[in-house]
Design a protein around this ligand. Structure first.
Ligand code: C5P
Length: 397
């Protein structure tokens, strides 16, 4: 699947760099060629000799003679690849990428490239959770950088949590799904997923029980068909799929902004469970418990993202798909919703507790269009997603 593909692999300075040696082997086994770039810090963890021996190619480092420029300039180096992979992407490399620093070969390549970049972060859990890293992550997602991982687990530093670099085969899978050619190649599709969190004050919020499972499966299925997916997700239980551009948001208004920023697109799938209301004026400081007195919360209506995008004039996606989770009169309510919101299709399902669909792994849906209705049998959420992706590919053909 990767035969003939050229990967520029930037190895940052973290203990996970040892996994990048295995990554090189896995990529070459699959027919890809790997041009390695080792940062100065990366060379503290793995040697240039082992990297170049595994890659079967020269390793570029900061010692790389920039007077060699005429032969193989760093601009050309950054552009001749089919994909630039940063593994491990350390907190420092992510910060440089987010802020446009160019003080070494790796950061210069990342600024000069016009090729898609896929990053596999690896760092201590506190560094990952630090607001600076999370800010950089959001910025890089918005800039179109794709991510794989990090995973949860034991870390070399003795702590536990998110920050472990994805395993080499997971990175290979993300590379394959990024480079995949399929019926949706060249199509840009926005997918919203997960719940939204609406703040009451800095520590409390209103949320819902959406796990994000169905939206994540849809984004994965679309990427597997070659689509360029912008995945706008609230705080979900399941991790985002590999090979998609992830934009993390918390509130409905942020979700609307992220979706509008991602336009124009060929299609948009609104699988998120967006909170209908927010607290009109969230408190800037924690609301104190005051014996005997209850706080009074005033609500304001959130924007309906699906309806807004459906009603856009100049840049309305050719196919807009909404979801309808109902507990009674599923079909009638969904048909009315399709007309009211102005979307093209509605994927409707019955989420009565007896169905076990909410929070479960299976779904039974109806696909409702302007002039037809299909009742799909009960199947896994991933199979629903695959079938929907196939329908989307046919519709956009
Ligand atoms: O109106 P209701 O919430 O039932 O509609 C569900 C559909 O509308 C879903 O596709 C959901 O993602 C979308 N929606 C939205 N913005 C909202 C509310 C719902 O995009 N504020």
């Amino acid at each position: 699947m990767l035969r003939g593909k050229k990967i520029l692999l930037i190895i940052g300075g973290g203990i996970a760099a040892y996994k990048s040696l295995d990554l090189i082997r896995r990529l070459r086994e699959r027919g890809a060629s790997v041009t390695p770039v080792l940062t100065k810090a990366g060379a503290e963890f793995v040697t240039p000799l082992s990297v170049s021996a595994l890659a079967g190619d020269k390793v570029f480092t900061d010692l790389f003679d920039l007077t060699d420029e005429a032969e193989m300039g760093h601009i050309q180096l950054s552009r001749s690849a089919d994909l630039v992979v940063v593994a491990p992407a350390t907190a420092d490399l992510m910060a440089k990428m987010a802020h446009g620093h160019t003080n070494d070969l790796a950061s210069t390549l990342l600024m000069a490239t016009d090729t898609q970049v896929l990053a596999a972060p690896a760092m201590n859990v506190r560094m990952w959770d630090h607001p600076a890293t999370q800010r950089n992550l959001s910025q890089l997602g918005a800039d179109g950088i794709l991510f794989v991982g990090p995973n949860d687990g034991d870390m070399a530093c003795g702590e536990f949590g998110p920050g472990r670099m994805a395993e080499p085969l997971e990175i290979v899978a993300a590379i394959e799904s990024t480079l995949v050619q399929g019926p949706l190649t060249g199509k840009r599709i926005i997918v919203t997923s997960g719940p939204t969190h609406e703040p009451i004050d800095p520590v409390r919020y209103i949320a819902n029980r959406s796990s994000g499972a169905q939206g994540t499966a849809i984004a994965r299925a679309l990427a597997a068909q070659g689509a360029d997916v912008v995945f706008v997700t609230g705080p979900a239980d399941v991790p985002p799929p590999a090979g998609v551009q992830v934009v993390r948001i918390e509130t409905a208004r942020q979700m609307l902004q992220a979706v509008e920023d991602a336009l124009p697109a060929d299609a948009a799938v609104f699988a998120a469970a967006v909170a209908d209301w927010r607290v009109a004026s969230a408190s800037g400081s924690k609301i104190k418990k005051d014996a005997g007195r209850m706080p009074v919360l005033e609500f304001a209506e959130n924007p309906d993202i699906l309806a807004r995008v459906s009603q856009r004039k100049a840049d309305r996606p050719a196919l807009v798909i909404g979801f309808a989770a109902e507990t009674d009169n599923v079909i009638a309510h969904a048909e009315a919703k399709r007309a009211r919101k102005g979307c093209d299709w509605i994927v409707a399902n019955d989420v009565s507790p007896a169905t076990g669909i909410m929070g479960g792994t299976e779904n039974a849906v109806h696909l409702i269009t302007a002039d037809s209705r299909e009742d799909w049998p009960r199947m896994s959420k991933q199979d629903v997603a695959n079938k929907l992706a196939q329908r989307i590919a046919e519709a956009l053909d």
